[in-house]
Design a protein around this ligand. Sequence first.
Ligand SMILES: NC(=O)c1ccc[n+]([C@@H]2O[C@H](COP(=O)([O-])OP(=O)(O)OC[C@H]3O[C@@H](n4cnc5c(N)ncnc54)[C@H](OP(=O)(O)O)[C@@H]3O)[C@@H](O)[C@H]2O)c1
Length: 308
Amino acid sequence: MAFKTIALFGANGQIGNCILRALLGCKRQSFNIIAFISPNKKLQVAEQAQHVETYNFDLTTARREDLAAALKEVDVVVSALNGKALKAQGLIQDAAADAGVKRFYPSEYGMHNIYRKPGESEGVCSSFLRHPAVNSGKMTYTLIGCGDFYNQDREKVWCPWTQKDVDSYTFHIIGDADAKADYTHLDDFAAYLVASLCESEKSENAMLNFPSDHISHNEIAALLQRYSGRPVKKDIISHEEMHRVVADPSQAPRELQGASSFPVDFWFLVKGIQGEGRFWRPKGQTHNHLFPEVQRTTFEQYFQQRFA
Ligand SMILES: NC(=O)c1ccc[n+]([C@@H]2O[C@H](COP(=O)([O-])OP(=O)(O)OC[C@H]3O[C@@H](n4cnc5c(N)ncnc54)[C@H](OP(=O)(O)O)[C@@H]3O)[C@@H](O)[C@H]2O)c1
């Protein structure tokens, strides 16, 4: 069964807008799209905006019954929320259950690596999968994990290779620069999510993962130097410093403070786990093969296009 009507929360966000464009560009089927965006905002999509119905909701104050009314006739809720609005996802899932929504995609687009102090063991959590509507079989879920999104143009420190008009690049690396990690291209991810909507049986009650590349900082640096013709400087940071910054984010170097849309301690956490060689999924835990029509864009292909 293919889903028809999709409610997309956070449709103006970085990931949400990629998903919106992938939904609009889907060649296999057309979707009815309902975009949920912040109050007083317009939907940011250049083409085909007339095919999208838009609702403005402040999700920090939204009421369950209002959301349920807006979700009537909706088959799937896809959340691409972030920040404070993430807390509203429980309410959205409750309202979706009231409205008879069949599938829920929580905004969990990453890697479930839990911070470990030295000597601690790790764990995984996600409450959306234990919702009563899911448990009773009325609603199903799809959780799509991925690697580090590597083509976030707004992330100067996180994705230094995206920056234009620079004479050189600086990689801030925590730990081992030869440790390989999983990375995902935003458009690959959005195409994968849409493919999972088109073939809903394959993605029913599933935790799927889609990496585009598996590569180390040293390998990325070599490719970037080759294709850009510019030098790459490496600032190697120790794991001791990572633990210091996680305990007290004000300890982070000044040039890294406020350099990302994420808090600096989160940056240290993700980069530190990459540099420990733990930021990748083992065999059997990646699901690219389920939707083989979705191509992986490797770093090399990305640089070839970017510096063509
Ligand atoms: N794997 C990775 O490397 C990676 C990287 C980045 C993000 N992510 C994950 O991807 C997900 C989305 O992140 P993103 O980068 O797309 O975030 P984002 O650009 O900040 O987008 C979040 C969206 O939520 C909307 N929103 C925030 N507060 C709201 C409210 N009170 N009411 C209504 N809407 C509200 C925002 O609306 P406005 O546009 O009006 O502000 C925005 O459109 C998150 O789960 C994040 O953790 C993963």
